[in-house]
Design a protein around this ligand. Structure first.
Ligand code: UDP
Length: 328
């Protein structure tokens, strides 16, 4: 069985669906703090609990006969990580330490985990490769970097292999329209933009238009959540096949500014989506765009849904059919 921590969350639930499609037995561990029980279909086994509870995790591993772990359970909001850093150290760093200790006790020696482009900080290059210096500008990125390093030393000491997948900006939803993004509070750009045509907010706030970019707004690399889910399955197959520990960027490899994203959403939804400029948000780097060739060469992974209009259209299908997310 493959244990997916945080499998009731946004990326986790899409990954569970992909693993089931490929014929894996899947067990989801989630404390449902931010995840949704309804996002996990009945084909996966559900273990409700916290990764910081070592006794619980050891029991899950032993009971399920776990072969490998895909680890999503973490706090992931840049803004919150700047105002409540200890929450991030506790859930992300301490939580991972307890998880790895439980894996060790139960002889589970493979882990795929969600890292982030935020480990790079304010990159001095146009196309970020995995080997550039890592100087996070926010606590969220710092804790993810600590998790990567913890896993590196665990490989050296215990032979526990890992793949760190450094996500750029994940967006979109499964095209079947049954699972999608549902965060409370919502902070991510695409769902927030779509709240305007959904009449949940009057206008969008653009955080800063004085960045050193062509239109002054931040540039990000948006990757479809279904492509991301596929990459996790391929990373798992790499480790099962005896592949070595590694870290890969996961992205589409193209950069879009906040203003360009708003324009694309206007075209997809046919709504004018008014926007106003607000001050910068703490911790935001100006530009994060990936060179995604390493994962293509090593795992044969290439994103398929790279058009931002398609990404927004899939997100729009989910949000417009589930205006209250998984809530009734
Ligand atoms: N952003 C914005 N208005 C919003 C939400 C986000 O202008 O209401 C900007 C944010 O400052 C960043 C980009 O959109 O430059 C992407 O932010 P998001 O939170 O989606 O992802 P992040 O890059 O922080 O992981």
């Amino acid at each position: 069985m493959i244990i997916v921590t945080g499998g009731a969350g946004y990326v986790g639930s899409h990954c569970v669906k992909e693993l089931l499609k490929r014929g894996y037995e899947v067990g989801v561990v989630d404390n449902l703090c931010t995840g949704h029980r309804a996002s996990v279909g009945k084909d996966a086994r559900f273990f409700e609990g916290d990764i910081r509870d070592g006794e619980f995790m050891t029991k899950v591993f032993k009971e399920s006969g776990a072969e490998a772990v895909i680890h999503f359970a973490a706090c992931s909001l840049v803004g919150e990580s700047m105002t409540d850093p200890l929450k991030y150290y506790n859930n992300n760093v301490h939580g991972t330490e307890v998880l790895l200790s439980s894996m060790l006790r139960a002889d589970v020696d493979k882990i795929i985990f969600s890292s982030t482009a935020a480990v790079y900080g304010e990159a001095q290059t146009d196309m970020i490769t995995e080997d550039i210096p890592k100087e996070p500008t926010n606590t969220y990125g710092e804790t993810k970097l600590s998790m990567e390093k913890m896993m590196k030393w665990c490989d050296k000491a215990y032979g526990m292999r890992h793949v760190a997948l450094r996500y750029f900006n994940v967006a979109g939803a499964d095209p079947e329209g049954t699972i999608g993004e549902d965060h409370s509070p919502e902070t991510h750009l695409i769902p927030i933009i779509l709240q305007v045509p959904l009449k949940k907010r009057e206008k969008l706030s653009i955080f800063g238009d004085d960045y050193p970019t062509p239109d002054g707004t931040c540039i990000r690399d948006y990757v479809h959540v279904c492509d991301l889910a596929r990459a996790h399955a391929m990373a798992l197959e790499h480790l099962i096949g005896g592949g070595k520990s590694d870290a890969f960027n996961l992205a589409s490899g193209g950069g879009y500014s906040v203003k360009e994203m708003v324009e694309a959403a206007r075209e997809v939804t046919g709504h004018p989506i008014p926007a106003e400029i607000q001050p910068r948000r703490a911790g935001d780097p100006a530009r994060l765009v990936a060179n995604a060739s390493k994962v293509a060469n090593a795992l044969g992974f290439k994103p398929e849904k790279t058009s931002v209009k398609e990404i927004i259209a899939d997100a729009w299908r989910w949000h417009s059919s589930h205006p209250n997310g998984f809530g009734v």
